[in-house]
Design a protein around this ligand. Structure first.
Ligand code: ADP
Ligand code: ZN
Ligand code: MG
Length: 480
């Protein structure tokens, strides 16, 4: 047993998501990514004396959408609070956030486990917050861009409810999926509109108490989430095994080195001197408004996945893959409706299409193979017009050229031969070229039937209709 097997990790995630509003959280500056530095700013978001914040109603609506989608308790009254600290990209000297009374508590994120089962990861709270500016460090100093200051955020805090890096990865994927379905956030870790801090501690298996946690920041790619957490778990186990004490720290993930490194010792809540924001009234969210927002919620990933399993007989795994993005789910469902064959549609999308799209970095809604064309291909297989083998060749050409199956079958001369006369000629030729096998067949070695079928397939480059061919070969052999 390795040292790590004696320990269990405890993981809780804090996720910040930028809301897809057109203006900022407390002013009317546009909420856009990638503009010229310091061109989307005003007295409010740059913290000028006397400037007053006004709450963006659309931001609140998007937050409520998430609360409803995650089955959180939405509080009719919540309080904005000042979180005080000094940083060059925070000219006000404080960030408006929510502290003791967030707008949501509880709720859970359904995640898919390796064995195909599901479980809910509990949420502690969701609160509103404003984003801060961005500092970039250059040789000669630091530049500050305040375009991002005051962009609306929600922070979703999970309970320390996860035990493996895989679960944490699944949690993030599920959460991002829900935020995208509800059109609340782009969910892009690389662009920083979806950011994750991972809190990690380890303890001996069976222990009741949690260990001291380390907060991991800067994991800005899905590829690294699980790697970074696993690295940190190993580091902590090693330290404890050496008799060292884990300090409460904030560490950063260094993607180039594949390690975590110390950023600072963790500050406690007391360091921030939270107090209620005097410039903003308590936030009110009425039940009527909640109900209105609830009515506009789309079908969520989990509901869709359950419906796909029920209506189309998909496995839990297939259903979860096909509902991982709304556009993908829609693609699959359109192909299924057009082809009337859900199983085949799922297989073609998952086994042939997704891999090629990934390799070419093409999104599903830009797929060169349209839903109509894929459904058409599946119908031709189901009606025995083409074999599965030819379909694969056709599909490859469809992906490369975006042409219809009909066009490709004509261009490549790949049509299936079902014509008995035409096939009989080839069979006759094969029989004449293999007289000793014919004798063996006649003497009772009937499994040689497959040999003859194979020879004809070879002659016709796989184009013989297998059903017709089998029958004809048997008929002609028996009549020898
Ligand atoms: P802090 O005050 O340091 O921010 P919180 O209690 O607010 O700590 O928790 C922050 C995050 O850390 C939450 O997601 C929570 O689930 C997680 N967490 C808390 N304690 C632990 C622990 N011992 N090990 C791992 N994660 C933890
Ligand atoms: Zn502004
Ligand atoms: Mg906290």
């Amino acid at each position: 047993m390795s040292a790590r097997d004696k320990y269990e990790a405890v993981i809780g995630l804090e996720v910040h998501a930028q809301l897809l509003t057109s203006s900022k959280m407390f002013c009317s500056c546009p909420n856009v990514f990638g503009a010229e530095p310091n061109t989307k700013i005003c007295p409010v978001c740059t913290g000028q004396p006397g400037a007053l914040p006004v709450v963006n109603r659309h931001a609140i609506e998007l937050g409520v959408r998430v609360g409803l989608a995650l089955n959180s308790t939405i509080h009719p009254v919540s309080i904005f609070a000042r979180k005080n600290y000094f940083y060059p990209d925070l000219p006000k000297g404080y960030q408006i956030s929510q502290y003791e009374q967030p707008f949501c508590t509880g709720g859970e994120v359904p995640i898919q486990l390796k064995d195909g089962t599901q479980r809910g990861v509990k949420l502690t709270r969701i609160h509103f917050e404003e984003d801060v500016g961005k500092s970039t460090h250059h040789g000669h100093g630091t530049r500050v861009d305040l375009n991002r200051a005051c962009v609306p955020l929600i922070e979703m805090v999970s309970e320390p409810d996860m035990r493996t890096a895989f679960e944490a990865g699944q949690y993030l994927r599920a959460l991002r999926n829900i935020l995208r379905y509800t059109q609340v956030c782009d969910g892009n870790l690389e662009e920083g509109n979806f950011r994750c801090d991972a809190n990690i501690s380890v303890r001996l298996k069976g222990a009741q108490e949690f260990g001291t946690k380390v907060e991991l920041k800067n994991i800005n790619s899905f590829r690294y989430v699980e790697k970074a957490i696993d690295y940190e778990i190993d580091r902590q186990v090693e330290m404890i095994e050496l008799g060292e004490v884990i300090q409460q720290q904030t560490r950063g993930w260094n993607a180039a080195k594949g390690t975590t490194e110390l950023m600072r010792l963790k500050e406690g809540a007391a360091d921030y001197r939270y107090f209620p924001e005097p410039d903003l009234a308590p936030l009110e969210i009425t039940t009527d408004w909640q109900n209105e927002i609830r009515k506009q919620l789309p079908e969520l990933p989990q509901q869709k996945s359950e419906r796909f399993q029920e209506s189309y007989g998909l496995s839990p795994y297939d259903a979860s893959v096909l509902t991982a993005a709304q556009e993908l789910a829609q693609y699959f469902e359109t192909v299924t409706n057009l082809s009337q064959n859900a199983k085949a549609s799922a297989n073609w999308v998952m086994n042939e299409l997704l891999g090629r799209l990934n390799a070419a970095s093409v999104e599903i809604d830009q797929s060169p193979v349209s839903t109509e064309h894929l459904a058409d291909l599946i119908r031709r297989i189901d009606s025995n017009e083409i074999s599965g083998k030819i379909a694969k060749t056709v599909f490859e050409a469809m992906f490369a050229t975006a042409k219809a199956p009909e066009t490709i079958l004509n261009e490549k001369g790949l049509r299936q031969i079902s014509d008995a006369k035409q096939l009989e000629k080839v069979i006759q030729k094969v029989i004449e070229a293999n007289t000793s096998q014919v004798v063996e067949y006649k003497n009772g070695k009937t499994k040689l039937l497959g040999f003859f079928v194979g020879q004809v397939m070879k002659e016709t480059k796989g184009q013989a209709n297998p059903g017709v061919l089998n029958e004809l070969v048997k008929k002609l052999l028996d009549s020898q």
